[in-house]
Design a protein around this ligand. Structure first.
Ligand SMILES: Nc1ncnc2c1ncn2[C@@H]1O[C@H](COP(=O)(O)OP(=O)(O)O)[C@@H](O)[C@H]1O
Ligand SMILES: [Mg+2]
Length: 335
């Protein structure tokens, strides 16, 4: 087992006023891993990322990157990490290449190496043909690719991305994932990414931590997480709530577990098809009018429901003002 590159041990953040944004999270990230933090708005993703990138002071626990403590060695850590913010940071009035030249200067990339690195990244992110155009003519996806290039220009060992695909259409979202994987493969960078898109976490990440209300609820590869559900889920929704059918469903052969939420029942089973007929019969026998029946292979939204007890909602991310504030803090404190 290789030594982890990021070690997080009971890390916590309480904001003034008693807001416990992060309540003691622990996890390790292996070198070259793509590690995802998945959770709804307000879960504590950006706060965790903020502590790991030395923008926010933890109020409990500790975290190290390449063995360096975030509280003791912020300068050294900043030289080893790259950061891509949720909000657009590229300058509209400059060309793509000019934006990268500006980032190279900010990050003190050696002059002799700047153009070579920029060319390599422009080509990796398929921006070579648009490098001479003003960024204001770019699509959302192109802009985001340019910002990722800027984040990796100083060859960081760990790249942090906070909701890199928020606001992009599904096609643009899928593209970004592919580029992030390619960059990891080509440059050997470790990636820590937050997202509130289940599908993105599923496709992009080697491992995922599901975070809710400042706590990690589950951690593993996407398939491990789904396997923990132990098979399919059959969801039966009744037209009106009526009598409790839990014990009737429990008695159906092959049903492993039943959860009831208002007029909806989730039946866990190894093979959904095998129990549907019997489950529907339970409803008929009880005279309960059935609205819908669905058989689902475990997906991450089922995983989320299982570990948090509530339905996943893909809401809007943090406000633009919130992000702009963090960005300015970061810029002002860059070594
Ligand atoms: N600077 C701050 N001061 C007070 N509360 C904050 C601050 N930043 C975030 N929070 C609160 O901490 C919680 C977690 O926020 P955040 O980490 O931004 O969540 P996420 O990135 O998962 O959407 C939220 O309740 C949020 O309102
Ligand atoms: Mg956030």
């Amino acid at each position: 087992m290789v030594d982890p590159i990021i070690v997080v041990d009971r890390l916590a953040k309480e904001f003034p006023g008693g807001i416990k944004a992060v309540r003691g999270v622990s996890f390790d990230v292996a070198p070259k891993e793509i590690f995802g933090f998945l959770g709804p708005n307000g879960a504590g993703k950006s706060t965790t990322l903020g502590m790991l990138t030395t923008q926010l002071r933890p109020t409990g626990g500790r975290a190290t990157i390449e063995g360096l403590d975030v509280l003791e060695h912020p300068r050294e850590i900043r030289q080893r990490i790259g950061l891509v913010f949720q909000e657009s940071t590229a300058d509209d009035e400059l060309t793509g290449r000019e934006n990268l030249e500006l980032s190279a200067a900010l990050y003190a990339v050696p002059r002799g190496e700047t153009q070579g690195r920029i060319d390599r990244l422009l080509s990796s992110l398929k921006l070579e043909d648009s490098a001479g155009r003003l960024v204001k003519t770019y699509s959302g996806g192109m802009r985001r690719r340019l910002e990722i290039a800027a984040g990796i220009l100083h060859t960081p060992h760990v790249l942090f991305l906070d909701e890199p695909t928020i606001g992009l259409d599904p096609q643009g979202r899928a593209g970004i994932g592919t580029y992030i994987r390619e960059l990891r493969d080509k440059f050997g960078v470790t990636v820590f990414v937050t997202t509130h898109y289940l599908e993105e976490a599923d496709q992009l990440c080697d491992r995922i931590a599901i975070i809710d209300h400042g706590e990690i609820r589950a951690i593993g590869t996407p398939s491990e997480l789904k396997e923990r559900l132990g098979g399919d889920v059959v969801t039966l929704t009744l037209r009106e709530e009526g009598a409790d059918l839990t014990s009737a469903f429990r008695a159906v052969p092959g049903v492993l577990d039943v959860q009831r939420q208002d007029g909806r029942y989730r039946l866990k089973t190894a093979r959904g098809e095998a129990i549907v007929a019997d489950a529907v019969k339970c409803c008929l026998d009880a005279g309960a009018p059935l609205a819908t029946v669905a058989v689902k292979r475990p997906s991450l939204d089922e995983v989320f429901l299982e570990f948090t007890g509530r339905e996943y909602r893909e809401e809007e991310g943090p406000s633009a003002a919130d992000v702009a504030m963090r960005m300015n803090q970061w810029r002002g404190r860059r070594p």
